[in-house]
Design a protein around this ligand. Structure first.
Ligand SMILES: Nc1ncnc2c1ncn2[C@@H]1O[C@H](COP(=O)(O)OP(=O)(O)OP(=O)(O)O)[C@@H](O)[C@H]1O
Length: 509
């Protein structure tokens, strides 16, 4: 337990004297529950406090133990309540990690077993109520909290990342969900598009949340499966959740960053993201609608890439067993044979203030007039591919690029903070492009600086960043690959526009 209590006993919602642990005996401790923490005063006068922001659950139960010791508590038919928290603990190496901490207190106020249990239940219930995260107030934004008990469908790709997703789910995720009264039902994907097919047909009334334990690719399938339903608008109200099981885990890293947590990877990131799920706060997320010249349409939550980054993503697939290290190896290989890509890039700038994302109070985009019920959101900002872009758009004068990347979350990968200002529902596509002519050394410096999100501070003349609402990319020729949310796409003209606050995602703030 941490030291220091933030309130005096006069702020207490509940107060009582209880015995620590399950075993009878010893002296009673004084407990006070405030709006923010559970305060404990030991008989020796030392105190500690458990912040309820770290608490994921509390339970009450009859105590099976009794004893004939002389303690006043020991002969009573007692009851217990327990509190489970995941506070950050500093380890020997690296950033602090959340670690489980359970405290159990015994209620033995008299011979009435039911009376003791009622007291334990009252404490446990009040602790659970006060541990529900406060819903932030932001004009235009709508938050929610997952119910308890909570029914979660977990879609898990056993092949994602280094192939440990199922083991990690059992070892890390399942015990935390049990603490938080979240009942998972696991669906293990057997092939590409399996999750997408299931989402098209699923009876969503059975679930309070759809959890993806994989990389970003499986969440892309889930989003697009939901968008293929006639009731997509209703379906998108089901909060989605990402637990990092893949190699890139860009959305999981972004959500960890938005929550204000230190940069972490692997098990620490998984623990942080599972903790966020246990707390259950959910908010709206922007999606970008992408259309291709061959008539395909995708909904994307993370980013669209062409050139260097897309090549690294796809070329390094063969090293997926290395986990996130696959991108380091892929970057070095692609740097060695640096290529130039030809095409035209156009965009609709975000607004007159160019560069500042819209104020959070901007209302959601109104539904398009004449949109049929069930019809997909229309891309009102886009002219058909094959026709010139609207006059309000800008066209990049150069037509030779090393890389184009449109990102709508902060992180491109666990270790790449590409758009530090991005937020889930900021209404902004962060369009980055690197013009041809950049040296290998300068490009390597850009990627190294991206680890800390300081690449734009380098003042690299070839690197450009424009906040936009829509963009179009017309590659010359079909050589190379494009990526949507890290998944490969044939190279062809593509354009996209942002649809604000289209789905919901479990997040920390
Ligand atoms: N059982 C499976 N076997 C093979 N491929 C699968 C299976 N289940 C899903 N897939 C496909 O695997 C692809 C990659 O999955 P995903 O992106 O989730 O993991 P990853 O590539 O390791 O992670 P990241 O995108 O973070 O790098 C997806 O396109 C998905 O369709």
């Amino acid at each position: 337990m941490g030291l220091g209590m933030d309130a005096g006993l006069e702020d207490a919602v509940l107060r009582g004297r209880f015995w620590p642990g399950l075993a009878p005996g010893g002296a009673a401790w004084a407990l006070a529950l405030t709006e923010r923490e559970l305060q404990v005063l030991r008989p020796d006068g030392t105190g500690a406090a458990l912040p309820l922001a770290d608490c994921v659950g509390s339970a009450a139960f009859p105590s099976s133990s009794s004893s004939s010791s002389s303690s006043s508590s020991s002969s009573s038919p007692s009851a217990c309540f327990s509190v489970v928290c995941y506070p950050f603990r500093k380890g020997r190496w690296g950033s602090p990690a959340r670690q489980r901490l359970q405290r159990t207190f015994r209620v033995a106020h008299g011979p009435d077993a039911e009376g003791n249990l009622r007291i334990a239940q009252a404490w446990s219930q009040r602790i659970r109520e006060l541990s529900v995260p406060a819903v932030p107030v932001r004009e235009g934004a709508s938050y929610g909290v997952l119910p308890r008990p909570c029914r979660a469908l977990v879609l898990l790709n056993p092949q994602s990342g280094a192939g440990r997703a199922l083991d990690d789910f059992h070892a890390v995720v399942q015990p935390m969900l049990a603490d938080a009264d979240i009942a998972p039902s696991i669906f293990i994907t057997e092939r590409p598009h399996h999750a997408q097919e299931r989402m098209r047909e699923e009876d969503l009334s059975q679930w309070d949340t759809l959890v993806v334990m994989s990389g970003d690719g499986l969440l892309h399938e889930v989003v697009n499966g939901l968008m293929e339903r006639p009731d997509w608008e209703e379906a998108l109200k089901t909060p989605l959740c990402i637990l990092p099981g893949g190699s890139g885990n860009a959305l999981a890293a972004s959500i960890n960053y938005y929550a204000g947590n230190d940069h972490v990877a692997k098990k620490k990131l998984l623990t942080n993201c599972t903790f966020i799920l246990c707390k259950g706060l959910h908010a709206q997320m922007d999606l970008v609608s992408l259309s291709t010249a061959s008539g395909k349409r995708f909904f994307s939550f993370l980013g669209f890439g062409w050139g260097f980054i897309a090549d690294v993503d796809i070329d390094s697939e063969k090293y997926r067993r290395l986990g996130n290290a696959r991108f380091t190896l892929g970057t070095l290989q692609c740097l060695a044979r640096l290529r130039v890509y030809q095409g035209r890039l156009s965009y609709l700038p975000l607004g007159p203030e160019h560069g500042a994302p819209p104020a959070p109070r901007d209302p959601p985009e109104p539904p398009e007039e004449g949109t049929e019920q069930g019809a997909l959101p229309s891309d009102s900002l886009l002219a058909p591919l094959g026709q010139p872009v609207p006059a309000s758009w800008a066209v990049v004068p150069e037509e030779e690029f090393v890389c184009v990347y449109a990102i709508y979350q902060s992180h491109l990968g666990t270790n790449l903070l590409m758009a530090p200002a991005a937020r889930l529902d900021d209404g902004c596509i962060h369009l980055f492009y690197v013009r041809a002519g950049i040296s290998r050394v300068a490009l390597l410096k850009v990627f190294l600086a991206m680890g800390r999100g300081t690449h734009l501070d380098l003042g690299c003349p070839h690197l450009h960043h424009v906040p936009v609402r829509a963009f179009r990319l017309e590659p010359r020729g079909s050589a190379g690959v494009m990526t949507v949310d890290g998944e490969a796409l044939a190279c062809e003209p593509v354009q996209g526009q942002l649809h604000r606050r289209l789905c919901r995602v479990v997040c920390g703030s």
